[in-house]
Design a protein around this ligand. Structure first.
Ligand code: ATP
Length: 517
C-alpha cells in the first residue's frame, strides 16, 4: 500500500507543487482545498487512509491552526507538517506547540519537503510499531526512587507524597497534562500498605456519559440493551487496593452523585443489581482542571470535592522545575537508545540540554519524552545535539552554538530562496534557527543573495549533486526576477536557449514558480 499524504491548501498552485514533489518520491497524494474539506477526507472511510497531512496555515475559513486543533479533537493523530508562506513564525510556533511535527516555508523546496515527510513518517512508524517501549512505562517503574527529583519543587512533592503513602486518606493530585500525576499516584500506592494489591485506573474523561455508572460500579447481565455479560466495575475490581480516578474533573454531575455515595459509604450498586456491595478502596484522584473554580461554577460537587481532596498535592509543571529537565532528558535518551537499537548514540550534548532547559514544555514530561524519542529515531551522529531538536529551537527563537547540520542547512537554503520582501521575517527565522554562528550573519542577507547560502550537503550529510543545485538556482532566479526570463538568463550567465533547454530538462514551469512566489 503506498503511503498517502493529504495536501491541504487553498491555492491550487501550491497543491500542485507539493503533489509534484511528493509523487516523484513515490507517495500517493490526496488534496483538500480547505480545512473543512481536509477533515472530511480524513473521516472518509471509502478512500485510502491518510498517513500524513501537509497543512497550509493561511487559508480562508478554517485556517491551519484551527484545522490542526479540530483534527486532534476528532482523534486524527497523523503527523502534520505545516506550510507557511511569509515567514509567519508566530503561527509556525503556535502550530508546533499544537503538535505539528515540523514546518516547511513556501515555495516548497522539493528536497526539503521530502526530507521532512520522510522524517515524520519514520518517527510515526516507530511510535506505532510494537518495538517501541516507552522510556518510563508507568507499570514498569513506579517507586519514589524512580521519580526524577533534582529540583526543590519536586523534592517537596515527594516528601508530601510519602506522607500520603503512609496513610489511607484520599489524595488528589493536581497538575497540568503530562506532568507525571499518574506516575506519582502509582508511587504512592506502591509505597502504601496496599502495595501488593491492585492499582486500578479509570480515566473519567474518556468514558461515554451513558456508561459511566456501569464502568465504575458494574452491571448485571441483561441490565440494559447490550449488557450481554455481567461486569464487576472498577470499584469492585479495586477492592482492597487503590482506585486511581484520573481526570476526575471531567466526571458528569449525575455520576458525581453516585461516586459521592460510594466514597462516603464504601458501598456500590451495580446497574440492575438487587444488592449493594461493600468495598474497601483507597482513592487517589487526579485532575488538570482547577477544581475549585469548577466547584464555584457548579460543574463539580463541593461535597465530593472535599471528600476526595483531603490530601491535595500539586504537581508543578516542568517549567517550574527546570533542574529536572536535564536528568529526565538523559534518562529518556538512555532508555530510547536501548529500545530503538540506536547504539550509535552515546548520549546528549550539553548544548542540547541547555536548549531543552530553556524551553517551557507546555506538554510537560510527556512532551519531553516524545521529543527525545523523535531525536533518537532521527539522529545520525554519535550524540544528540541542538540540531536534533529543530522544533524546540524554532519555538525558542534562539541561536544554536552547535555546528549546523543538513536539516537546518536545508531550512537556511529555503530562507535564502525567498523573495526580498520576505527577508525581514526570514532574518528573524534564521535567527530563530540559530544559523548565525557559522553562516553569514543575517545582516549579510541583504537584497543581494549570494550562492554562498546554497546548502552544500543533503540530509544524509553528503555533498549534493550539481544538477540538483543547478535546478534550485534556476527556480530561485525565476522567482527572484519575477519570471523575466531574459534577465534570469543574463544573471545566470547562460543564453536564453540554454535556459529553456534546462527548464525542459528539469521540468520547471516558470509560470508556476512566479505564481507561487
Ligand atoms: N519522574 C518521571 N520520570 C520519568 N518519566 C516520567 C516521570 N514522570 C512522568 N513520566 C512519564 O511522562 C509521561 C506522562 O506521565 P503521566 O501519565 O504520569 O502524566 P499525567 O500528569 O498523569 O498526564 P495526563 O494528565 O495527561 O494523564 C509518562 O510516559 C510517564 O511515564
Amino acid at each position: 500500500m503506498p503511503i498517502t499524504i493529504l495536501t491541504v491548501d487553498d491555492e491550487p498552485v501550491q497543491r500542485r507543487l507539493a503533489r509534484e514533489a511528493l509523487t516523484r518520491a513515490g507517495y500517493r497524494v490526496a488534496e483538500a482545498e480547505s480545512g473543512e474539506a481536509a477533515l472530511q477526507s480524513l473521516a472518509d472511510t471509502s478512500t485510502a487512509a491518510i498517513d500524513l497531512v501537509l497543512l497550509d496555515l493561511m487559508m480562508p475559513g478554517m485556517d491551519g491552526l484551527e484545522t490542526l486543533a479540530a483534527m486532534r479533537e476528532q482523534g486524527f493523530d497523523q503527523p502534520v507538517i505545516v506550510l507557511t508562506a511569509k515567514g509567519g513564525m508566530d503561527s509556525v510556533i503556535a502550530a508546533m506547540r499544537a503538535g505539528a511535527f515540523d514546518y516547511v516555508v513556501k515555495p516548497v523546496a522539493p528536497e526539503r519537503l521530502r526530507t521532512c515527510v520522510h522524517d515524520a513518517l519514520k518517527v510515526q512508524e516507530r511510535i506505532t510499531t510494537p518495538r517501541r517501549r516507552p522510556a518510563a512505562s508507568p507499570s514498569a517503574i513506579t517507586g519514589f526512587d524512580n521519580l526524577t527529583s533534582r529540583s526543590e519543587a519536586m523534592t517537596r512533592v515527594i516528601t508530601i507524597a510519602k506522607k500520603a503513602a503512609a496513610s489511607n486518606i484520599p489524595v488528589i493530585i493536581e497538575g497540568e497534562s503530562g506532568v507525571g500525576k499518574e506516575r506519582l499516584a502509582r508511587a504512592i500506592a506502591n509505597a502504601s500498605d496496599r502495595s501488593r494489591k491492585k492499582f486500578v485506573t479509570v480515566n473519567c474523561g474518556a468514558i461515554p456519559e451513558n456508561l459511566v455508572e456501569s464502568i465504575l460500579f458494574g452491571h448485571e447481565k441483561g441490565a440494559f440493551t447490550g449488557a450481554t455479560e455481567r461486569q464487576i466495575g472498577k470499584f469492585v475490581e479495586a477492592d482492597d487496593g487503590t482506585l486511581f480516578l484520573d481526570e476526575i474533573g471531567d466526571l458528569p454531575l449525575d455520576a458525581q452523585v453516585k461516586l459521592l455515595r460510594a466514597v462516603q459509604e464504601g458501598e456500590v450498586d451495580a446497574v440492575g443489581a438487587r444488592q449493594t456491595k461493600k468495598v474497601d478502596v483507597r482513592f487517589i484522584s487526579a485532575t488538570h482542571h482547577d477544581l475549585v473554580s469548577a466547584v464555584q461554577a457548579g460543574r463539580f460537587r463541593e461535597d465530593l470535592y472535599y471528600r476526595l481532596s483531603v490530601f491535595p498535592i500539586r504537581m508543578p509543571p516542568l517549567r517550574e522545575r527546570r533542574e529536572d529537565i536535564a536528568p529526565l532528558a538523559e534518562q529518556f535518551t538512555r532508555s530510547f537508545v536501548r529500545s530503538e537499537g540506536a547504539g550509535h548514540i552515546k548520549g546528549i550534548e550539553r548544548g542540547a540540554l541547555n536548549l531543552l532547559m530553556r524551553y517551557d514544555w507546555p506538554g510537560n514530561i510527556r512532551q519531553l519524552e516524545n521529543t527525545i524519542f523523535r531525536a533518537v529515531v532521527l539522529a545520525e551522529g554519535p550524540h544528540l545535539t541542538e540540531a536534533d531538536f529543530p522544533q524546540i529551537a524554532t519555538q525558542l527563537g534562539s541561536p544554536p552554538a552547535e555546528q549546523e547540520r543538513s536539516h537546518a542547512a536545508e531550512r537556511h537554503m529555503e530562507m535564502v530562496l525567498q523573495s526580498p520582501s520576505e527577508l525581514g521575517d526570514l532574518q528573524r527565522a534564521a535567527k530563530a534557527l540559530r544559523l548565525a554562528d557559522q553562516q553569514p550573519s543575517s545582516d549579510d542577507m541583504g537584497s543581494e543573495l549570494t550562492d554562498g547560502f546554497l546548502a552544500a550537503l543533503d540530509s544524509e550529510g553528503d555533498v549534493r549533486a550539481l544538477a540538483e543545485i543547478e535546478e534550485e538556482m534556476i527556480r530561485f532566479a525565476i522567482d527572484h526576477y519575477g519570471g523575466q526570463m531574459s534577465e534570469v538568463a543574463r544573471r545566470l550567465g547562460i543564453g536564453r536557449s540554454t535556459l529553456y533547454r534546462k527548464l525542459k530538462e528539469f521540468g520547471i514551469d516558470p509560470e508556476i514558480i512566479r505564481d507561487a512566489g
